[in-house]
Design a protein around this ligand. Sequence first.
Ligand code: GDP
Ligand code: MG
Length: 356
Amino acid sequence: MRVAFIGPPQSGKSTLFAAVAEAGGSHVDLSRPDQPHLAVVKVPDERLDWLTKLHNPKKTTPAELEFLDLPGFDLSDEAGRSRARAHWMAMEQANMLAFVVAGFSNSAAAVYRNKADPARDVEELKQEVLFADLERVSARIDKLEVSTKKPTPRRDEQLREMELMKRLRETLENEKPISEAIATESENKLIRSFQFLTLKPTMVVLNCGEDAAAEAGPTELAGLPCVQLSARIEEELAQLAPEERGEFLSDLGLTEGARDRLIRACYQRVNLISFLTDGPDECRAWTVPAGTTAVAAADEIHSDIARGFIRAETVAFADLQAAGDHKRAKAAGKVRLEGKEYVVTDGDVIYFRFNV
Ligand SMILES: Nc1nc2c(ncn2[C@@H]2O[C@H](COP(=O)(O)OP(=O)(O)O)[C@@H](O)[C@H]2O)c(=O)[nH]1
Ligand SMILES: [Mg+2]
């Protein structure tokens, strides 16, 4: 899964990006601020840590999340908007968007449009994303208008698409996201390949001043779910040795770094869950959409396991932890034998029985 950071210049995107990546052990090179940056981040998971202690396996594999840091541009000016647009392509490959906006005033750097105003910045980004989709929809309509003039075998299909695209255009012109215009699964399929930006789950990261880092902050901003954090504090935290981080945080009145909170919020926004597999060879966390069935979860690991699926031996992590190990969990009747259609729950520890 990939999360794209977008926002005005100087909102702290790169600071946050580097902090999140470096706290997870990856190095980032920010020497070209005008270029996009991509980092793969290991998702922290205490359940996986516990399983690793239980088995002392040869290998532990956490789930991974990708963050894409895009350069910010002044969207109040036409040149800035067209430079921003050059990066829309990269956003299309992201699964979700995080609007990073500044809630602090920085004496060292110019403040975007002379005043810290996160709600204004979020509205501006929303407009820009709507506008990007509107441009694509309009371009598609222009194309279809030409091609439907010819009596090709695909003409009926193209006419239906044009009807849908016109509906999308109207929705976007009314400043509503495309999702509001989509009524059926077949329409959903028809537009999937366009990767429209207003269809992507979106949240706000409100980069607050260091003094406000311990405050919970708003849970919603301009109609979008919001996480408040201080990129500057995350940056300092990432530079500390892991054993020093606890004291640094408690001095600030915090119990955890914002990185974990941010990652959790992304999972929630996209509706992702984790299930776990464990054993002496490998303990591993897997990411799947909520609602995934046992057989689809098996397929995530290997198509052979899905093909030869017999049963998913499943125990909820909390039950396993309470029992102490698999043997005792089984004795306590906590291990279930689930079939193909079982819907996997966050934190399920699963052993797939299969036969090929
Ligand atoms: N005071 C303060 N300054 C910050 C914070 N986050 C970023 N900055 C500063 O703001 C400037 C721009 O940050 P940067 O991450 O490059 O912004 P970007 O343009 O959105 O990538 C840099 O000078 C940062 O040190 C913060 O939380 N507090
Ligand atoms: Mg930057």
